[in-house]
Write a protein that binds this ligand. Structure first.
Ligand SMILES: Cc1cc2nc3c(=O)[nH]c(=O)nc-3n(C[C@H](O)[C@H](O)[C@H](O)COP(=O)(O)O)c2cc1C
Length: 367
């Protein structure tokens, strides 16, 4: 069924079909009976796949990555598909239009996308209004960024104001300093800029934790284009400031594997299959350095259970998908979960966490 829908959607410009899909998701959610049908069709059911992380309960390890539901318009509908968590945003403090269109391109032969959206956002107030409008039945991460017209010198103010605004509405908050589509944003990933930003956010988290009586974890999302030394330096900062998780990775500005595509020359971040290997490497570097002290969420090019398993064994505690969802459709969550459940059973384990731990120590390396 989805291959047909995808063929029709792919006849439209990529951003138009994206908007249409979000619109249909919202409509479907309002027709009596359809949400239950979606849940029956797509929601995975396996207790073995539940993961506890950052003090949160995830029914399965497959989350939706940030950027698909930038304005928090489809959260209830997306939960019907079975995601173990949904990350919404990136939301910026003030509304902004993002870059000029055209800004999203498909590379179907490579199961990839290139985007230079540039954080189109309704702004944090309207975003929170949208989020409150729908009921939520699972873990919701809110991904925050700075406005384009805020200089890097003032970036901390933007992150702090967005963080304060979303704090009580999020199960966790992701700090996005790794999008390639906001000029100079990724400079915040190193040196004093990173140290100062994380210091300010950690202080704010502690303050808000006291006044609101609830601790909301912070995750830092990083780019795949950092070299090994830079990744290790980020990991050190994450440990120093006692953040709650690292998300690896955002899209890449590299074009490895898609050089043959005319569209490869489009400016922006590449996602999907060509990013898979690099994102896995980044997770591995992080895990080797952090040694399980800080949770890792792996994202980039995951399309099926084998990809998900490899990412978990490389060091991820949870995974996320975006481009794979566009190419594989809503069954991607269930399909990944089915494959992971088979791995758990074949390893003679009761839980995914046990099976991954075994595979990591090499006791039971299977493919
Ligand atoms: C069209 C598009 C928009 C995105 N927007 C965001 C965003 O707003 N914030 C963010 O942190 N990541 C954003 N991402 C990155 C994804 O969350 C993810 O990190 C990346 O695409 C790699 O995963 P994938 O290969 O499964 O797509 C976006 C990706 C795409 C394709």
């Amino acid at each position: 069924m989805y291959p047909l829908i995808r063929t029709l959607l792919f006849l439209l410009d990529a951003e138009t079909s994206h908007q249409l899909t979000l619109f249909l998701l919202r409509i479907v959610n309002q027709i009596p009976g359809l949400p239950a049908l979606l849940r029956a069709l797509y929601r995975p059911h396996s207790n073995a796949l539940a993961v506890e992380l950052m003090g949160l309960q995830f029914p399965n390890p497959v989350g939706l990555a940030a950027g698909l539901d930038k304005n928090a318009e489809c959260v209830p509908a997306l939960f019907n598909i079975g995601f173990g968590a949904i990350e919404i945003g990136t939301v910026t403090p003030r509304p902004q239009p993002g870059n000029e269109t055209k800004r999203l391109f498909r590379l179907p032969r490579h199961h990839a996308l290139i985007n230079r959206m540039g954080f189109p956002s309704v702004g944090v107030d309207a975003f929170l209004k949208n989020l409150r409008g729908g009921n939520r039945t699972g873990v919701v991460g809110i991904n925050i960024g700075k406005n384009k017209n805020t200089s890097n010198d003032q970036a901390i103010d933007d992150y702090l104001s967005a963080f304060r605004a979303v704090y009580a509405s999020a199960n966790y908050v992701t700090i996005n300093i790794s999008s390639p589509n906001t000029p100079n944003l990724r400079d915040l990933q190193s040196g004093n800029a990173l140290d100062d930003l994380l210091d300010a956010l950690k202080h704010e988290q502690i303050m808000l934790g006291k006044t609101r009586n609830i601790y909301v974890p912070i995750a830092l999302k990083i780019a795949p284009d950092l070299d090994e030394g830079e990744i290790v330096a980020v990991a050190d900062q994450v440990q120093k400031h006692k953040l709650d998780a690292v998300i690896a990775t955002n899209t890449t500005i590299e074009r490895n594997g898609v050089e043959d595509e005319l569209l490869a020359t489009e400016i922006g971040g590449l996602s999907g299959r060509p990013l898979k290997e690099r994102s896995t490497q980044v997770v591995r570097i992080l895990y080797n350095h952090l040694k399980g002290t800080i949770p890792i969420i792996g994202v980039g090019g995951i399309e099926n259970a084998d990809d998900a398993w490899d990412r978990l064994v490389a060091g991820a505690d949870l995974i996320q998908v975006y481009t794979g969802f566009i190419y594989e459709g809503p069954a991607i969550v269930k399909n990944i979960c089915r494959g992971l459940e088979k791995r758990v059973l074949a390893a003679g384990c009761n839980t995914l966490t046990e099976a991954v731990a075994m595979a990591r120590t090499g006791i039971h390396l299977m493919r």
